[in-house]
Design a protein around this ligand. Sequence first.
Ligand code: NAP
Length: 305
Amino acid sequence: MKRQNKIYDCLIIGAGPAGLSAAIYLKRASVDVAVLEMGPIGGKTNYISIVNNYLGLNNSFGPDLAMKFYEHAQANKIEFIADEVTTVTKSKDLFVITSQDDEIYYAKSIIVASGSLEKKLDLPKADIFEHKGVSYCAICDGPLYKNKDVAVIGGGNSALEEALYLSRIVNKVYLIHRRDEFRADEGIVNEVKKQKNIEVLYSSLVTALFGDTKLEAIEINGKNRIDVSALFPYIGLIPNTNFLKFDNLCNKDGYILINNNGETIVEGLFAAGDVANGPMKQIVTASADGAIASKGVLNYLQNKK
Ligand code: NAP
């Protein structure tokens, strides 16, 4: 293990909208802050096709918006550390972070803004076919299936938004939902229903995947076979909290429990964005959560002086 000598005032885990927003607020308040991120800066925003509900930036292409976030952070000289956090513990008043790169980082406070990961499809061959027809990122892999038939699973905002995105590239999208009613916002539901090359299959479950070396077809409800070149499951999210070694930090679904100030039950540990138990999972609420958590950190550091 390589030990960093320095002790940060605050380390932020995750460079999505929540983490970046918190970092900018803290940096502008002269706090010694850095952001640890193992993936692209901007987080999940990089994988969203079109963002229509972020104030002032209607119809933004996700990766473009993520780049704007990055540029904003750069303009504030935010320090980024490209590393994967493996554990976070607390020893006396200091947080200790270990990482995949065998580093140990120390901080007086932490903001967890590590977001969430797509739930994987639990079917035989789903893992074998990943990147061979099964994809969890329409924006990354959709263009590979130009003029082909594909399927999307799910009835939430992600499934419907990405089905709409794919419908502009591919020949046909089968949108497969297990109930007869979507949970996605009404606006996007209406748009999907208007799209001629999206066929919605309600009360339907994908029960098998067929193909030799890559996905060729899917089975619906144990009987009907549909030929598709790709399948995009958008069946929900799992918060990224495995690295946090604290009891009773999360609710039963794995989301970090926070109060209105972004505080958790661990003193000095804050959370923001999709990883927390907030009422909405949106870019705008993640950004706001980050700002609120930064205020919590400022108060915490002030009281510790
Ligand atoms: P979600 O809202 O949890 O929806 C997951 C969907 O997958 C549900 O329709 C669920 O069906 C279905 N599902 C779950 N497990 C399944 C399984 N094993 N087989 C088949 N279907 C299954 O997930 P999400 O769409 O990724 O959205 C996550 C959060 O992010 C939400 O709060 C959402 O509002 C937010 N979000 C917002 C935006 C936006 O504002 N533009 C965009 C994307 C996401 P049931 O409906 O029957 O439970």
